[in-house]
Design a protein around this ligand. Structure first.
Ligand code: URA
Length: 258
């Protein structure tokens, strides 16, 4: 790997800042000042130091992004901005999103270069939890909730796996009509928290369609036991802490996939 890339991947500055550090003699490789940013190093065996302090290379990086609307969950796209582009031009080139959120869907998306962890998180056999906050076009009735929870037909070979539905907000409009008594008994939900143990294409939207409803807006608020950091505004991201990484590893632990 090139020396300037090695330093860039440790987030020690932009490419040009890193080149400046090298040219000023601040960087040594195996104790010898390295003055050429193009110099190639072996990140596994060479000892690289900045201002005399040895640097540890990190093979893998993990980010939590609050995905905004209008951005695609891809590494490249000819038309739209990608989630990877939100990390900026100095980000490592091997980072990819862990799964996809639709272009109009917001919220928690993990980005990493750790293919094995990503595979474990996405494996349909591991049933890693995903929680969404969905605002619906119509009030959702108790019978619909029971159907969503036990599994609905979304046109796949099998119905969806059992899911969990929690009502976050009731449909106030119904309480303002002459159907008040009905509303008191059926309590149609307007906003729900839906937890799935699988991740089929457009799954939440298709599940709500299956009960004659429609998703107006959708945000993922948790994935693999991690909650979206409320301090992250749409488009912002941060690295996962060691503790959060442990939570993800626990959620995908075990050798067997069922
Ligand atoms: N369900 C959807 O319909 N879309 C997503 O992006 C994620 C889950």
């Amino acid at each position: 790997m090139r020396l300037d890339r090695f330093l860039g991947e440790l987030n020690l500055g932009t490419r040009s800042q890193v080149k400046g550090l090298i040219r000023r003699g601040a960087v040594t490789v195996n104790g010898i000042p390295a003055l050429n940013p193009d110099q190639r190093i072996d990140e596994a065996t060479d000892r690289v130091a900045l201002h005399g302090k040895e640097l540890q290379y990190r093979r893998f990086v993990y980010y939590m992004l609050n995905k905004p609307e209008g951005v695609v969950s891809a590494t490249r796209d000819n038309v739209s901005r990608t989630v990877v582009a939100l990390l900026g031009k100095d980000a490592r080139e091997d980072i990819f999103p862990v799964g996809r959120l639709d272009k109009d869907v917001t919220g928690l998306l993990l980005l990493t270069n750790d293919g094995e962890l990503a595979h474990r998180l996405l494996s349909p056999k591991r049933h890693v939890d995903k929680t969404y906050l969905a605002v619906l076009a119509h009030g959702l009735r108790q019978a619909d909730i029971r159907r969503l929870e036990s599994g609905v037909d979304i046109g796949e070979e099998r119905p969806t796996l059992p899911a969990r539905v929690e009502v976050v907000e009731y449909d106030d409009a119904v309480f303002q009509t002459d159907k008040v008594s009905e509303a008191r008994t059926v309590c149609p939900a307007r906003t729900i928290r839906l937890t799935l143990h699988e991740g089929k294409f457009h799954q939440v939207k298709r599940m709500l369609q299956a009960v004659d409803n429609e998703v107006v807006s959708l945000r993922r608020i948790a994935f693999g036991g991690l909650c979206l950091d409320p301090k992250l505004r749409p488009g912002e991201y941060r690295e996962l802490t060691g503790e959060e990484l442990k939570i993800l590893r626990t959620a995908t632990a075990g050798d067997t996939e069922v």
